[in-house]
Write a protein that binds this ligand. Structure first.
Ligand SMILES: *Cc1c(COP(=O)(O)O)cnc(C)c1O
Length: 390
């Protein structure tokens, strides 16, 4: 019988972990330290944890269990099924569903003790009709134009009586940009609109919002990205080091090393040509493992050459930063290791794709995306190691 919980699960079992192409190490101690740093930065507000998308790719079950042990009592997910899993890992915690109330789901959510973040008058009406006085959160839009009640709808809901609300919340558009005037505008709007629901706890700040100079912490903060090691304050001036500890390390195995003659090309479409004697290592990961194909590095100018505005990917081989060479394949990736001493890179050695200088934000810049997407794309067939505790 196919176990539905394991369907689609391709990570090696622990007995065969050494046979995987890559090893993903998740530091739960760092995750909890980051949560404590977020809690300290949240002032008097309660600090929750956003664990949607499999805890940003790190594994929802281990993340919720560790954060609960660290003292976290409120979790946010995107979908109801993620909420049910979170509730199983932390039965005494408050679990909110950010994407709101799917049609026909109210009774199942209420029975599980899970709270939707109601994002429209329609959802509010359905929740009250089906779930009675069960508490829920209410999302008020202050500028994202994505989910949440408009100012007029918030007024209507308040006038009609919204029923028992445990939280009223909104979401920043650009909190990682401390100088963006939208931040002040949203804080003002949220302060005004949330006042329509007196006595209800309020929440506005995501990771970057927590670190804004306005300190818009209200009663509850909602960090996600920073918990997983991303820099919550990347654009503060003067620049300062990321206050978060790295959580994720991705290492892949060298399968082969090859000496390449001048003008030889590497990989599909011959998009990378050796501009001299080069040494190339072939790694046992590819785009099927979450290494974006758009991080390929080409130099031949052929129509298939990817010439992105970003730098392209790199790996740390024996501590040396080595650029990718040519198209990333599904399960393989070539790296130019010419700069590494010959005896320092051997077949079977592990090299770092995420970790140390290649932190999540640096990797994202090279791959032409944001760290959130790097994390949530972490491959499913790596050997996963969880280290550290709350
Ligand atoms: C994802 C999300 C968060 C967490 O944001 P980070 O930038 O990852 O800290 C908070 N609130 C809402 C509504 C979200 O969708």
């Amino acid at each position: 019988m196919l176990d539905p919980a394991k369907a689609g699960h391709v990570a090696p079992d622990p007995a065969n972990a050494d046979l995987a192409g890559a090893v993903l190490t998740i530091d739960l101690g760092a995750l909890c330290d980051n949560w404590r740093a977020m809690r300290a930065a949240s002032g008097a507000a309660e600090c929750s944890a956003v664990v949607k998308a499999n805890a940003y790719g790190t594994g929802q079950g281990p993340a919720v269990t560790a954060l609960r042990a660290a003292g976290c009592r409120t979790f946010f997910v995107a979908h109801p099924h993620e909420a049910f899993l979170a509730k199983a890992a932390a039965p005494d915690a408050t679990i909110y569903v950010l994407n709101g109330l799917p049609p026909g789901a109210a009774r199942r959510l209420a029975a599980a003790g899970v709270q939707p973040v109601l994002g429209s008058l329609h959802e509010l009406a359905e929740w009250r009709r089906e779930a009675g006085d069960a508490p829920a959160a209410l999302h008020i839009d202050t500028g994202m134009e994505r989910l949440g009640l408009t100012a007029r709808e918030a007024g209507e809901a308040a006038a009609q009586g919204a029923g028992p609300l445990s939280l009223v919340m909104s979401h920043f558009v650009a909190s990682e940009e401390p100088d963006n005037p939208l931040n002040d505008r949203q804080i003002t709007r949220f302060t005004e609109l949330s006042a329509l629901f007196p006595g209800t706890r309020r929440s506005l700040a995501n990771s970057s919002g927590i670190w804004l100079p306005q300190a818009p912490h209200f009663d509850l903060t909602r960090p996600g990205y920073g918990l997983y090691g991303g820099n919550p304050a990347p654009h503060v001036r003067p620049a300062r080091p990321n206050p978060m500890r790295p959580v994720v390390r991705l290492e892949a195995r060298i399968l082969q090393l090859r000496d390449i003659a001048p003008d030889d090309t590497v990989g599909y479409n011959a998009s990378w040509r050796a501009n001299g004697e080069r040494r190339v290592a072939t790694l046992s990961v590819g785009y099927a493992d979450g290494i974006f194909r758009s991080a390929s590095v080409g130099n031949t100018g052929s129509p298939q050459t990817h010439t992105p505005p970003h730098m392209g990917g790199a790996a740390l081989v024996a501590g040396v930063l080595c650029p990718f060479a040519g198209k990333i394949s599904m399960d393989l990736l070539a790296v130019d290791v010419t700069g590494v001493p010959r005896d320092a890179a051997r077949a079977g050695d592990m090299v770092t794709l995420i970790g140390d200088a290649l932190n999540v934000d640096a990797v994202a810049a090279r791959w032409g995306t944001i760290g959130y997407e790097v994390l949530t794309s972490l491959g499913q067939r790596h050997a996963r190691h969880y280290v550290g505790t709350a």
